[in-house]
Design a protein around this ligand. Structure first.
Ligand code: UD1
Length: 376
């Protein structure tokens, strides 16, 4: 396809840097705008990564002058820049709202401005906006439970209950039709970002696409950021000779999708007009209990170890129990199919993680949550 001038916001981050690399290798002219947040880009485990051939602009997504410069000549914007800690968003709500919600509004303001050449915006959205995923009750059928209540969680009733009969619900694949029901400020900002790009896109005739990433993992994930996703946190703990800590009973589950599959979904969203003005789940459709993630990574990173996953029984405010993707929509509309199996993905993450220096900072991060009443 014809090479295009593109902007990747957050292009030095975990997903953004893989995306920038893939775009460069396909001949596109890539500019990156990234603030190089020290929480993500610490000296250990995650050096700032700017792929060769990329033009790098460092700065804040709210800086209008910088945004104007970043958008000069650009035809496609991949908006990946965001603050990403679910737990942290609960005690820094204003900072998260500033970077994620206001940052997106400012970006769209510039994209919609006269003289802008932007023809498409692709947003890194998140499954977190669903809140709890879809469920089914053996007696009552499909169910959409409200957020779990603290008075049930404290005695360890982890599974959401059927609003009709009170029985434990079984998780079901979550499709894009599930109404948003955020349970964290982070998720609120992701919903806001999505609505902002879609509403502005429609009004100005600029095709917008929101990709709802499920739990992304892979090489390049910040191993020293205690607010990053659970796969990197577990890898970092294991490399430091500590057991992975499992909240609840470890049977909560997610859909872990390899970063290379996320990149492919972004490229399809750019290339295919069928993506325009749509939202899509990007996951694998495979439900993985956290306990299996912990054992799998232990097996790969420390096969001889006597360590085993430690179930702590506490829970984080804002965490959901289960969510995994129904990927029928993106499969049908864009021809997307995930290519990386969990086995291969774990190998890939482990091979990379072994070459890194990972600092395990989960202790202070969990202590912070505890002191604020956000870990019970
Ligand atoms: C994650 C991402 C979010 C992204 C979303 C969808 C983070 C912090 N969150 O949300 O940005 O939009 O996926 O891609 O990257 N857990 C443990 N032990 C730990 C840490 C976590 O048991 O040490 C458990 C949590 O309680 C939770 C599960 O692991 O049940 C997943 O947590 P997390 O990785 O924070 O991800 P999400 O909240 O699913």
């Amino acid at each position: 396809m014809t090479p295009r001038p593109v902007l990747v916001t957050g292009g030095a981050g975990f997903i953004g840097s893989h995306l920038a690399q893939a775009l460069v290798s396909r001949g596109h002219q890539v500019r990156v705008l990234d603030v190089l947040d020290p929480q993500v880009h610490s000296s250990n485990g995650s050096a700032p990564k700017t792929p060769a051939g990329v033009e790098m602009l460092r700065g804040d997504i709210l800086d209008e002058d910088l945004l104007r410069r970043a958008l000069i000549g650009v035809e496609v914007v991949f908006h990946q820049a965001a603050s990403v800690g679910v737990g942290q968003s609960m005690y820094e709500p204003a900072a998260y709202t500033r970077v994620n919600s206001l940052g997106t509004a400012r970006l769209m303001e510039q994209i919609a401005a006269r003289g802008s050449k932007v023809e498409k915006v692709i947003l890194a959205s998140s499954m977190s906006l669903y809140g709890e995923g879809k469920y089914v009750c053996a007696a009552c059928g499909p169910a959409a439970p409200p957020p779990r209540r603290r008075d049930g969680l404290i005695p360890g009733r982890w599974e959401p209950e059927c609003p009709g009969c009170g029985a434990d619900l079984a998780p079901a694949p979550t499709d894009e039709g599930k109404p948003a029901a955020p349970t964290s400020v982070y998720a609120v900002t992701k919903r806001c970002q999505e609505e902002t790009v879609l509403v502005m896109g429609r009004a100005y005739g600029i095709p917008a696409v929101a990709l709802r990433y499920f739990n992304v993992y892979g090489p390049g994930q910040s191993l020293s950021n205690p607010y990053t996703g659970v796969a990197a946190i577990f890898a970092s703990r294991i490399l430091n000779g500590a057991p992975p800590l499992l909240f609840e009973d470890g049977r909560q589950s997610r859909d872990f999708v390899h970063v290379s599959d996320i990149v492919r979904a972004n490229l399809l969203a750019m290339e295919k007009p069928q993506a325009d003005y749509q939202v899509f789940n990007v996951g694998t459709g495979r439900r993985v209990p956290l306990l299996d993630l912990a054992s799998g990574l232990l097996g790969k990173l420390a096969p001889e170890t006597e360590l085993s996953p430690e179930i702590v029984g506490s829970f984080r405010e804002g965490d959901i129990r289960h969510c995994y993707a129904d990927i029928a929509k993106i499969r049908q509309a864009l021809g997307f199919a995930p290519e990386v199996s969990l086995e291969k993905g774990f190998d890939d993450l482990a091979a990379w993680a072994r070459t890194q220096r990972a600092e395990d900072r989960t202790g202070p991060a969990n202590a912070e949550l505890l002191s604020r009443g956000l870990l019970h």
